[in-house]
Design a protein around this ligand. Sequence first.
Ligand code: PHB
Length: 393
Amino acid sequence: MFDRRKMLLWAATTAAIPALCAAAPARAEDAVKIGLILPMTGGQASTGKQIDNAIKLYMQQKGDTVAGKKIEIILKDDAAMPDNTKRLAQELIVNDKVSFIAGFGVTPAALAAAPLATQAKIPEVVMAAGTSIITERSPYIVRTSFTLAQSSTIIGDWAAKNGIKKVATLTSDYAPGNDALNFFKQHFTAGGGEIVEEVKVPLANPDFAPFLQRMKDSKPDAMFVFVPAGQGGNFMKQYAERGLDKSGIKVIGPGDVMDDDLLNNMGDAALGAVTAHLYSAAHPSQMNKDFVAAYKKAFGNRPGFMAVSGYDGIHLIYEALKKTNGNTDGDKLIEAMKGMAWESPRGPISIDPETRDIVQNIYIRKVEKVDGELYNVEFETFNAVKDSGKTKK
Ligand code: PHB
């Protein structure tokens, strides 16, 4: 039976289809793929989790379409092993045809991917690793995390100016630990300070106990500590068990050891630790308050500095795509990223157009109890700090 009403409806709907398609924000072939390589397992998994969470949150808030293109994240777990990173980056570039590689929980992973970004001419957005040389390894690397030089120079000056005369150092024995140690030492000793003990601990599964005894015996005013994100909780547990808190040896350092992700479970031994860093969950801006509340609501815990680095990393990708109008040419994207400036939950940040490295405020903070919880409370700000650790100028 001929149903005229149905027929008219069908005709009207069919006519509307092309219009709908034109208005549709993105089709599958318009997708922009981002290869996200993170340590989701192993000792650095807290970094991977924070960055993955933050990217999910950002995309929830801003949508998954930019300049008419659908953003597709392809997450791969490299367990922070550079051989895995390299293999995964290669697969993502060759098989998945990603337009960006991003993430990189540790320096060796970021370095392993650098030649591939250069070859493929696609941006490598470093969202975690912190050794200064990284951005020099490829003109396609842009960093939204931090460098150890940014925080360690500042805490070195601060310690020398604030009555700390003797320091024992404990640093993770790989590239960012060496950056932290060297930049701290330069600034602390230039200000009149003395290093009385220096130990380096292995990156993988470190047992701090034997080193802590040496620290205690050297009777420093403070100990300078760099361990990568994820290890601070274990370090502070052993620090308290060995009674270093009771012997008045304060912890100072870059803020990695006091990562907000773990801080609240460290107990009162952490009280009074003074660190210099890019981010505190207690940063008093409205934007940060909103960020912390949204992150807590979505994932049940506080964001740390790795979460913020990931949140800013995906923002940089979104904004670069907006600027190129969805064009995924790597050179155009890198040009779009250079000099970009915005407000982050950590404060104002930008991408140095010469080095493609992040320029950000570094805050000096002290661990205090606020409403029954431990926080890094910021008390001094150094504005727009550039990385000072590059080999080339
Ligand atoms: C790094 O491997 O570059 C790294 C990782 C975690 C940190 C800092 C630096 O907290």
